[in-house]
Design a binder for this molecule. Structure first.
Ligand code: ADE
Length: 248
């Protein structure tokens, strides 16, 4: 997969992409990156990339000229890729969207700044628009890093352990259960006994029960859209009984 990033501060995303799991995936040839600095496509001696909004109001808007030139340079590198603009106005990115993006052969991510980008760029260059959440960042670079992390870890071979991505939160439409490592007792808190039992059937049921219970407590919206199996119903009832018992 190839991912190009068009931004005013691409180096912020670049450092992130050289680190840890993403850096290893790139070194292994699973993903390659291209970074395009808007400043390099400015069209005046002062390298201006932004200007005041027509109609007045606070903040600055990224100008069409440099942005279009940078996007077209990235597009020339991978003509088949769709151009995705990161903005709070985009469709909300979720696990399904990440999986779809991860199956593509390439992607061009455009990060905005300030009040946004000239709307004519959206009309002429942007194929899709994604938001990482219902809040406003001061720039799309952090959002681009989020998208890259979520997408790259889904590429086959990107994670050390093959099951890691499959067992993540949301994969089965549920939140992940809690995890524990050594020592078995930390400041008086014990690892749940079942995890030390070596009984894989019990461990699987306990983890599924924790996932169901957490989802019920923290994200009931996820359960509303899901038909539970008989086993899941039973485990969730058991979780609720224990939970209510603990609280009364
Ligand atoms: N740029 C600024 N805010 C953003 C958000 N919530 N998602 C994606 N890009 C953004």
């Amino acid at each position: 997969m190839r991912i190009d990033v068009v931004a005013l501060f691409p180096q912020a995303v670049q450092v992130f992409c050289e680190t840890s799991m993403i850096g290893r995936a790139a070194a292994a040839g699973l993903v390659e990156f291209g970074f395009w600095n808007l400043r390099d496509y400015a069209q005046d001696a002062r390298r201006t990339v932004d200007d005041r909004p027509y109609g007045g109001g606070p903040g600055m808007v990224l100008m069409a000229g440099p942005l279009v030139a940078a996007i077209r340079a990235a597009r020339a590198r991978q003509p088949a890729a769709r151009v995705a603009y990161l903005s709070p106005q985009g469709a909300l990115l979720d696990h399904g969207a990440v999986m779809e993006l991860s199956r593509r052969s390439g992607l061009i991510l455009v990060a905005g700044r300030y009040e946004g980008i000239d709307e004519r760029v959206v009309e002429s260059e942007i194929d899709e628009e994604w938001s990482i959440g219902s809040y406003v960042l001061s720039g799309g670079e952090a959002a681009a890093a989020v998208v890259i992390d979520a997408v790259v870890r889904q590429l086959p071979g990107a994670l050390g352990h093959e099951d890691s991505a499959r067992e993540d939160s949301f994969v089965e439409g549920l939140l992940d259960c809690g995890h524990y490592t050594r020592p078995p007792v930390f400041e008086g808190r014990k690892v749940p006994e079942v995890l030390l039992s070596g009984d894989h059937g019990r461990i699987r049921r306990w983890r599924l029960m924790q996932s169901l219970g957490r989802t019920w407590l923290r994200r009931p919206d996820l359960l509303a859209g899901r038909k539970l199996t008989v086993e899941e119903e039973t485990l969730l009832e058991e979780f609720k009984r224990e939970y209510r018992g603990l609280r009364s």
